[in-house]
Design a protein around this ligand. Structure first.
Ligand SMILES: NC(=O)C1=CN([C@@H]2O[C@H](COP(=O)(O)OP(=O)(O)OC[C@H]3O[C@@H](n4cnc5c(N)ncnc54)[C@H](O)[C@@H]3O)[C@@H](O)[C@H]2O)[C@H](O)CC1
Ligand SMILES: [K+]
Length: 244
């Protein structure tokens, strides 16, 4: 049953939902991340008629990346062919990084999923690898979500340009929560260069969590977000309303 999209939440409000869930309900971020990833897997299945094909997931080091690592697990369970482009060769261990993002990276690594440290590749090599690993399927942008307040810094900018270039060779792009480089409140890329270019992922579809972001409805936003789907993460309704 597709319920109507809830009213938008700003980036700050979206980030407050996690805090309220943990502090007021004892609902940990790992549960929210699991629901987010599973919802993205269900969406990819739905928009690919049950067969997403080959999926290349490009992860950052924060919780947006964590969603990507958990998504890799859920897509594998569903029989998709997944290749993880991670920001490291080996995830940090639990005492160094106890959070849910690193936990999901460790699980994906222990599953023996196909794995490439994208930070070691040139923009051209990363472009070629993404086009190859996502041929006929999807590239997933799990680099940055609601964390940044400015344009992608190096080496994220390299990954953004590679995703953009690889998309021109056929794969579709799914942005997790927010297209990397896009200001979800302002409704445009954080940085627009004079020639109209921008260091921002152009997505065919954006799977955003809890509620749409205000910028998604602004003029020109859909050039970057593509079609937006809201994915629930299991937050109690009162927790969501409390941040408004
Ligand atoms: N309630 C929800 O909606 C949930 C959202 N989830 C996901 O969590 C991310 C937000 O995670 P967070 O770690 O706070 O931020 P990001 O992963 O987007 O980025 C942090 C990461 O990036 C580095 N960084 C910050 N700014 C820049 C920049 N300009 N350039 C390069 N790198 C930057 C920073 O150092 C960190 O390493 C949200 O979008 C969802 O995807 C939860 O999974 C579930 C609940
Ligand atoms: K993203």
């Amino acid at each position: 049953m597709e319920s109507p999209a809830p009213p938008p939440l700003t980036v700050a409000q979206s980030r407050a939902v996690d805090r309220v869930c943990l502090e007021d309900y004892g609902l940990p971020g790992a549960v929210l991340m699991e629901n987010a990833a599973r919802g993205c897997a269900e969406l990819l299945d739905r928009v690919s008629d049950g067969n997403p094909g080959a999926v290349a997931i490009v992860c950052g080091k924060g919780n947006n990346g964590g969603d990507g690592f958990a998504l890799a697990r859920h897509l594998t369970i569903r029989g998709a062919t997944v290749h993880l482009f991670a920001p490291f060769e080996e995830p940090p261990d639990a005492d160094e990084e106890p959070g849910e993002a690193a936990m999901n990276a460790r699980v994906a690594r222990r599953m023996g999923l196909p794995w490439t440290d994208w930070t070691t590749l040139s923009e051209e090599d990363l472009t070629n690898r993404l086009a190859e690993e996502a041929a006929g399927g999807w590239i997933v942008d799990a680099l940055l979500g609601t964390g940044p307040s400015g344009p992608p810094r190096e080496p994220m900018d390299v990954a953004v340009r590679a995703i953009h270039a690889a998309r021109s060779r056929g794969p579709r792009v799914l942005a997790v929560d927010v297209p990397t480089g896009f200001d979800a409140d302002g409704g445009r890329p954080f940085q627009s260069s004079p020639d109209g270019g921008a260091c921002c992922v152009r997505a065919d579809r954006t799977a955003t969590f809890v509620a749409p972001k205000p910028g998604f409805a602004m003029d020109g936003a859909s050039d970057w977000t593509g079609s937006v789907s809201v994915v629930g993460i299991g937050a109690p309704p009162a927790a969501i309303e409390s941040v408004r």
